[in-house]
Design a protein around this ligand. Sequence first.
Ligand code: PLP
Length: 392
Amino acid sequence: MTTLPQVESVIDIEEQYQVATYKKFPFAIERGEDVWVFTNTGDRYLDLYGGHAVVSTGHSHPKIVKAIADQASRLIFYSNLVYNDARARAAKALVEIAPAELTKTFFVNSGTEANENALKIARKLTGREKVISFEGGFHGRTPGSLAATGIEKYRDGISPLLEGHVYAPFGDAASVEAMLDERTAAVILEPIQSMGGVRMAEPSFYQALREMVDNVGAMLIYDEVQTGMGRTGEWFFAGRCGVVPDMVTLAKGIASGVPMGAVLMSEHIAGEIRSGDLGATFGGGPLAAAALEATVEVIRDERLLENVRENSEYLLGELKKLPAVEEVRGLGYLIGIRFKGGDAKRYQKGLLDRKIITGLADDVSVLRLLPPLTLRRLEIDWFLGQLAQLGI
Ligand code: PLP
């Protein structure tokens, strides 16, 4: 491995050789431990962004590290042409934590790939092409997911995308009803719109969707790339409000940072998929599979769902009391703080100066917190203290 001599050189080299498509913080992280990350200049940051909702079990959790290292020393990869013990255990572990109606998984590598596959399955099995999604929803950067994304700026300059996509206002069941017909293949939604500013709908909305989608013989897809794997304090949003969708798409935190995605689906749907209909070379590779299984074990063994429920209730309650805060939205460790006067970026910068990493949203007044599920009361109190010192 080549060592990079100077602090600047890491930044300079990335700038020189990578396409400049990401706005980056002006430091280089070289190590992480639980909810903390460390820069190559020796600074320590509290990571309330979780590497964009990915680091579910905290940075480099020893059990995840061990599972990956053990698997790597045995077999890093073989394709889906063969059976494999790590893949078998991962599939079983994932299906066992899902609502009982979702009995099968198809493994992929990212969130957008999971959504592409779910939409493809819906279109293929229904023989229909119309897809209803929601204004403010984000589903990924490849054409199918992008066509379903209800935030215009991501679709700008690349029309026409796929045909048949329409967008309803989030939370408005009557609008969906007006759009739904016998040409509709699927309704896809983030049950909590994260990028859109952490927006959640009333329980009756999800229930109405389930009923209306059934009435026209379409499929209901939850994009749980952010809400899945414990972030809301339950394994999945699916099952909440008595609603289980036909498919759930997953990625981000499911393997603690090793790239992996999945589509969970009902027995009925899986039963109609024919050999060769779907495929992904890396999907369910042994290394990622081992990380997924270990992620499920850590969340279960360390009672992280309970941790999220308990501590998020406290955190949300304390945030609501702050004078600069207009509204606090979200569930579990998917939190949106809406500031009076709008400018969340200014608060993000203030927090960054105090060595706390947070995220923005497409709603410029909202600051997002997507911390590891391991975030505890001690660190929350430290964060609240920093907010107080900032006059928030
Ligand atoms: N769906 C949601 C809800 C997301 O937040 C994202 C990414 O931020 C995606 C899909 C796309 O995931 P990926 O970047 O892994 O393709």
